[in-house]
Design a protein around this ligand. Structure first.
Ligand SMILES: Cc1cc2nc3c(=O)[nH]c(=O)nc-3n(C[C@H](O)[C@H](O)[C@H](O)COP(=O)(O)OP(=O)(O)OC[C@H]3O[C@@H](n4cnc5c(N)ncnc54)[C@H](O)[C@@H]3O)c2cc1C
Length: 399
């Protein structure tokens, strides 16, 4: 008989970890969720909350081959659209501030319009309901857009969720189903022992605890690489620090999510009236003495704030009438090829990972797929190409 105390220990209490704990415990697994600080304290609570289902600017700006590769993500996107539509009711919540009123990806140059057209072709092939609009139709759908916008692709199911609400609701759901949640608990050691994983954790009061789980799920976001190193494997997940901005509240005038195909911009109006403006502008994170990424907030960069606001003003001139109230930063983990990292690490049996990419939009989908993979060894969607196996050569020489 296995000496495991838990079927699955999920490391990381962001959206991906909380959602995985929810879906795993729903399937009857005994789940332990470990978070070194508070739930939702990192990227999942700091992001823009965009539910962007169109192929993103960062994925279409590195040439044809990368764009085609990025389009392989469309089956996950289609799954995410349905999960977000149903998540509030599924969790038994009344309001998680999830809206799917539609989104536009705008173009300001003929070259960008051509990129929209190429992107649209791939999306149509992949079954995403997107179409290109311009002229009168675009002006009447989005009269707040500047005349510099020549055309846009419109996706009627895009929108946004509230990053402050969703992770807590998932954690509540997981707890109701029996998940044990331990915050202020850092995983400091992982070792394979007699067919299961010995987990060493350190509490905020310095106390150390050892327990056993059959399976580890690495949902540590930007820290996924460091967590994997504890288990003796390389995972190429790179921390990237980003910037967000919020203005004062205005009467409702932008019902749609606005993104840009050639410049870094995401813009939306929240229920309270504030405009949330981001789009992947960098900030600067710190490393500690051992070279590890700290959990301290990254430093904002003024040039990112100016740059981001300048794009927003170009696209939506009414931004000029707003006051910038707050800018903040967050650290997200991205992979070397910008695709998700989802699956079991072949060199470390029982060690799974779910991270990478835009894991607010795709977080529920990653979690549902990984829960099914852990529980049944199969997934309804083909996630093989996102597996850590593609980086297996990095682990061929690990001792
Ligand atoms: C500014 C910004 C804007 C973004 N905007 C969007 C957007 O609009 N749409 C979108 O789809 N995505 C967006 N993203 C990306 C998205 O936020 C992330 O992909 C997603 O939140 C990742 O969730 P996660 O649960 O994997 O990671 P996180 O939320 O970072 O959670 C990981 C958790 O693991 C914990 N942890 C790490 N190591 C350990 C350890 N050893 N022991 C215990 N716990 C540990 C950390 O403390 C952390 O809480 C944005 C990201 C940023 C930073």
């Amino acid at each position: 008989m296995s000496k495991a105390d838990w079927d699955v220990a999920v490391v990381g209490g962001g959206l991906v970890g909380a959602a995985s704990a929810y879906y795993l415990s729903k399937r009857g697994a005994r789940v332990l969720l470990l978070e070194r600080r508070e739930l939702n304290g990192q990227a999942s609570g700091q992001n823009a909350g965009s539910l962007h289902f169109q192929i993103e600017q960062r994925l279409v700006s590195h040439g044809e081959a990368m764009t085609r590769q990025a389009a392989t993500i469309l089956p996950l996107i289609l799954d995410a659209i349905e999960r977000w539509r149903g998540i509030t009711a599924e969790l038994g919540e009344t309001d998680l501030d999830v809206v799917q009123h539609g989104g536009l990806m705008v173009a300001e140059t003929p070259q960008q319009v051509a990129t929209l057209e190429r992107k649209l072709k791939l999306e149509t092939q992949g079954g995403l309901p997107t179409r290109i609009i311009d002229g009168e139709e675009l002006r009447s759908l989005a009269p707040y857009l500047s005349n510099s916008v020549l055309a846009a692709t419109y996706c009627a199911v895009e929108g946004h969720g509230n990053p402050r609400l969703i992770t807590a609701a998932l954690a509540r759901g997981a707890a109701r189903q029996g998940t044990a949640i331990r915050t202020w608990t850092t995983v400091t050691g992982l070792r394979r022992e007699e067919g299961c994983w010995r987990i060493e954790t350190e509490n905020s009061d310095g106390s150390v605890r050892r327990e056993y789980a059959s399976t580890i799920l690495n949902a540590a976001g930007a820290w996924a690489r460091e967590l994997a190193a504890l288990a003796g494997v390389h995972l190429p997940v790179f921390p990237v620090a980003l910037t967000m901005n919020a203005t004062d509240a205005a009467p409702p005038f932008i019902p749609l999510l606005i993104q840009h195909v050639g410049r870094r911009l995401s813009l939306k109006q929240m229920r309270e009236g504030n405009l949330l403006i981001g789009g992947g502008w960098p900030s600067r994170f710190e490393r500690d003495r051992n070279g590890l990424v700290t959990t301290r907030a990254a430093y904002p960069r003024m040039e990112s704030i100016y740059g981001n606001m300048a794009v927003a003003l170009d696209v939506v001139p009414a931004v000029a009438r707003r006051t910038l109230l707050r800018s903040w930063t967050g650290i997200v983990g991205i992979t070397a090829d910008q695709l998700p990292l989802l699956g079991e690490v072949p060199e470390a049996p029982g060690f799974f990972v779910a991270t990478g990419g835009s894991a607010f939009t795709l977080g529920l989908t990653y979690a549902a797929q990984i829960a099914e993979l852990i529980d049944s060894g199969r997934t309804p969607l083909d996630i093989d190409i996102y597996g850590p196996r593609r980086f297996g050569h990095l682990n061929a020489y690990m001792g």
